[in-house]
Write a protein that binds this ligand. Structure first.
Ligand code: EPU
Length: 417
């Protein structure tokens, strides 16, 4: 297990570049098997989740070459091999092979996916969607066997606009006869990124980014090509760091529309920044006001920035409240934040109170999940003294080259095995 050591209190200046979005890339890789023979995916982040997806694709007999930040995928000799649990549990996104392999072969065998332990995270909406398209789903303990002699397009209503289910049903629907319509679809940017990839292959996808998506199969697909969007959550994490420690810090690769909810909140609490083209310039905010945040599906405030934002609010003057509506176990980071000197109080499974401002002190902490780990990393950057983050591999699951990027803008940070 790796460990990150941070000496806190150093200003951040210079320029930091946002990498490709984890939650787009992890869907684009499985989606690439739907292309005719080959795909190129540009701007792929170097994160652990991608390493595991590549292992699964190699198991399926895909050939993958890495050139700079691009992945060249040859899926012309793909084999539909059952995906073993030891690979599927390594990340959440292994569930995208359900939709992709079902569309391609009419059958898939895979175990329940893994991912951060931040709540129960069922996949019932995915399963119901596959069944509505005509698939038979058998579940034996953790193992899913999904089969369809023929998938038939249909209008499907989602009880909740799940990101994963929207993408999975889009993938499955590419193999269906006729038109599939998803009502109450998720609207996150990742969905638009995947839809563009499918459109480039020749599939018809209309309405991605809205609540209603239409998908039609295609008798003769082409090779696939796509560029991964910049990661809005990595971007938001850097913006939060800039509000705490920036000295004209420049963040490159901003897509303002993807982080509007965060920007509105930051403006409300007194943070000032400037955006020119895709570059934000941000400096430390000396007088942060408290606030109320409710996490919501896009375009609401993203749950994935809730934990980094908690660290920011430990520096606000007064009481803030965070209401986490998506997950029931996403306040675990507050245990260690309090050990560093923060005053946070979990009022219920979904509500957190933060009282600030508090001086944080470096100590030994444990990263329990990806974004919780990021919140501790931010705490380490602002704390007095040294912070050691153990089990930091979870952070590397989602932040590409995090320590070298932060070093390049002035942080004193090291990673050791
Ligand atoms: N849900 C169900 N049933 C389902 C699907 C979802 O009840 O069939 C519930 C979940 O339990 C959760 C909520 O709906 O309470 C949202 O789940 P969603 O399906 O939208 O999320 P996901 O696909 O599991 C993706 C990201 C998460 C991110 C969420 C929300 C990937 C691989 N993961 O998860 O990313 O929090 O969307 O935006 O894309 C992260 O990056 O740290 C992360 C956890």
């Amino acid at each position: 297990m790796s460990k990150i050591t941070i000496e806190g209190g150093h200003q951040l200046s210079g320029e930091i570049k946002i990498s490709g979005a984890k939650n787009s890339a992890v869907a684009l890789l499985p989606a690439s098997i739907l292309a005719n023979k080959k795909s190129v995916i540009y701007n792929v982040p170097e994160i652990k989740d991608i390493d595991y997806l590549i292992k699964i694709m190699e198991l399926l007999n895909c050939k993958i070459e890495h050139k700079e930040d691009a992945l060249y995928i040859d899926s012309s000799e793909i084999k539909n091999i059952p995906i073993p649990e030891e690979l599927s549990v390594q990340m959440r996104a292994s569930y995208y092979f359900m939709g992709a392999l079902l569309a391609k072969f009419g059958h898939v065998e895979i175990s329940f996916p893994g991912g951060c332990n931040i709540g129960a995270r069922p996949i019932d909406i995915h399963i119901k969607g596959f069944e509505e398209l005509g698939a038979k789903v058998e579940i034996n303990k953790n193992r899913y066997s999904i089969t369809a002699k023929k998938l038939i397009g249909k209008k499907i209503y989602f009880d909740f606009p799940s990101v994963g289910a929207t993408i999975n049903i889009m993938l499955a629907a590419t193999g269906a006869e006729g038109t599939t319509i998803i009502e109450n679809a998720a609207m996150e940017p990742e969905i638009v990124n995947v839809a563009s990839f499918l459109i480039n292959m020749g599939f018809k996808v209309r309405g991605a980014g809205t609540k209603r998506i239409e998908i039609e199969g295609c008798p003769k697909v082409k090779d696939g090509v796509i560029e991964v969007f910049p990661d809005r959550i990595e971007c938001g994490t850097f913006v939060i760091m800039g509000a705490l420690l920036g000295n004209n810090l420049k963040i490159k690769g901003i897509i303002k529309e993807h982080i509007e909810a965060l920007l509105m909140k930051l403006t409300e609490i007194g943070v000032k920044y400037k955006i020119e083209e895709d570059v934000m310039t941000i400096s430390k905010c000396e007088n942060i006001k408290p606030t109320y945040i409710k996490t919501l599906v896009f375009p609401g405030f993203p749950t994935d920035l809730q934990q980094p934002m908690t660290t920011l609010l430990t520096q606000a003057k007064g009481k803030s409240i965070i209401e986490e509506t998506l997950y029931e176990n996403r306040f675990k980071n507050t245990y260690d934040l309090n050990r560093m000197g923060a005053i946070t109080n979990v009022l219920s499974l979904h509500k957190l109170e933060i009282t600030g401002p508090r001086k944080l002190k470096g100590t030994k902490v444990i990263a329990t999940d990806l974004r919780g780990g990021a919140s501790l990393l931010i705490a380490g950057l602002i704390a007095e003294g040294t912070t050691e983050i153990e089990s930091c591999d979870v952070i590397l699951r989602g932040y590409s080259h995090i320590t070298s990027k932060l070093k390049s803008i002035g942080a004193k940070i090291e990673i050791t095995e």
